[in-house]
Design a protein around this ligand. Structure first.
Ligand SMILES: *[C@@H]1O[C@H](CO)[C@@H](O)[C@H](O)[C@H]1NC(C)=O
Ligand SMILES: *[C@@H]1O[C@H](CO)[C@@H](O)[C@H](O)[C@H]1NC(C)=O
Ligand SMILES: *[C@@H]1O[C@H](CO)[C@@H](O)[C@H](O)[C@H]1NC(C)=O
Ligand SMILES: *[C@@H]1O[C@H](CO)[C@@H](O)[C@H](O)[C@H]1NC(C)=O
Length: 390
């Protein structure tokens, strides 16, 4: 694509002006938390974000897509860290790029929440981490628990967050597929970074930045994986009836609470975190990352805290660190079963819909199981008289 010098200059001028406006506005934002936000930085605004902003249609978005992003360089001095050479490759990669927090956005859904102003109409935003190849999971979620709809007069919206997978032609094909999905459903946010397990925290942080820009008014979020079964109708009812008139403007962070654990130092483990990544032997309390529920208020604070906390590869623990720094606590909810549901005896069907009608969320469901369960719990003549559930 050829871009004339004049249009580049014009674009730069518009961007500079916008950045200034954004920075001036940002300067005035304040948060109720008084704890350590001294290190708060101004979130840097990416060029593309600015171009998509609702009050600016000056630049062609296609042009914006091609604007070069400042590359984040590999930190080569990491090789001098003690024991670096013997670390597994994925951990080396993590350390090399740990400081990088900005990646080009490949797909955006700027109007997902009706723009920043309209976003207070979104009651529950379903934020689902999904890797590019997981087409079948996204497809089934779209027509089951993650369907965009109103329940009891409250809007439920959906967004999948993704990086890039694979290499070469396959990478291009997967990107094209996500692009097609986004054209049809308007529900995919994608950034140009490797969608790996150890980059999940990066994905989370990028998402929180997006929230602040695009959807600051949403009341509540379900933050979870694409292999969970979530009873989103129950979730809306639970959130609607929270104590203390919490409509998302107060602290809320609930899920499967995990406490008194620390980094796994076993090299074979998927969760292996060596001392080179984290020295401390303990993790703060956190909610299991399969799925947890939080308020818009709490998400904003976590994002603010994240600016001054180095990324840790385990995303749910990282959220716990941000909460701890803000002096906020994660709380357990009985209905969130990321470790599965206990079934009373081997004689009863562990997938009986009556078990799932009352819960908020269960981890590890296959697409066909999600499809079946969602339809079964919504059957009008489903009777749960206690004989299935003891
Ligand atoms: C911040 O915003 C409020 C309300 O919009 C306004 O009254 C106040 O003057 C602003 N403060 C600064 C420093 O811009
Ligand atoms: C690693 O340390 C050595 C010795 O201090 C130094 O010469 C070298 O430049 C360092 N390498 C990097 C990539 O920082
Ligand atoms: C790069 O790594 C070195 C060694 O761990 C560290 O001291 C330095 O702060 C890092 N640089 C950046 C930009 O993160
Ligand atoms: C995270 O993504 C960046 C950018 O694509 C990549 O360089 C890095 O290796 C990834 N880190 C891990 C741990 O996969």
């Amino acid at each position: 694509m050829r871009i004339s010098l004049r249009s580049i200059c014009a674009a730069a001028l518009v961007l500079a002006t916008l950045c200034l406006v954004v920075i001036l506005n940002k300067d005035n934002s304040s948060y109720d938390v008084t704890s350590d936000i001294s290190q708060r930085q101004l979130p840097s605004v990416q060029k593309q974000d600015v171009t998509h902003s609702p009050d600016d249609d000056v630049l062609d978005p296609a042009l914006a897509q091609n604007l070069p992003q400042p590359a984040c360089d590999r930190n080569d001095s990491m090789v001098n860290v003690t024991g670096f050479a013997s670390l597994p490759q994925h951990i080396k990669n993590f350390l090399f790029y740990r400081h990088c927090r900005h990646f080009p956005k490949l797909l955006d859904v700027p109007d997902k929440c009706g723009g920043p102003q309209g976003s207070s109409n979104v009651f529950l935003l379903l934020v689902i981490k999904s890797s590019p190849p997981n087409y079948d999971r996204r497809e089934v979620l779209r027509k089951t628990w993650a369907e965009e709809r109103q329940h009891r007069g409250r809007w439920i919206r959906r967004i999948f967050i993704s990086g890039v997978s694979d290499t070469g032609f396959e990478r291009q094909r997967l990107n094209k597929m996500l692009q097609l999905e986004n054209q049809q459903y308007n529900d995919v946010l994608q950034w140009d970074f490797e969608d790996t397990f150890f980059n999940l925290t990066l994905k989370q942080v990028l998402f929180m930045e997006w929230m602040e820009q695009r959807c600051p008014g949403a009341h509540f979020m379900l933050n979870g994986d694409d292999d969970i079964f979530a009873n989103t109708d129950n979730m809306v009812e639970y959130l609607r009836d929270l104590p203390d008139d919490n409509d998302g403007n107060k602290h809320l962070y609930v899920g499967h609470l995990i406490r008194w654990v620390g980094p796994i130092r076993e090299k074979w483990s998927k969760y292996y975190v060596p001392v080179q990544v984290q020295e401390s032997e303990s993790y703060p309390p956190y909610c299991g990352g399969g799925g947890f529920i939080l308020s818009g208020y709490t998400l904003r604070i976590i994002y603010q805290m994240s600016h001054s906390i180095p990324l840790l590869p385990i995303d749910d623990v990282y959220m716990g660190m941000c909460l701890e720094k803000a002096g906020l606590e994660p709380v357990s909810h009985f209905g969130v079963r990321t470790a599965g549901l206990p079934v009373p005896s081997s004689k009863v069907d562990p997938y009986h819909p009556c078990y799932y009608r009352e819960i908020l969320l269960v981890h590890r469901f296959l697409p066909h199981q999600i499809y079946l369960m969602w339809n079964r719990i919504n059957e009008p003549n489903l009777k749960c008289d206690g004989s299935q559930v003891s």
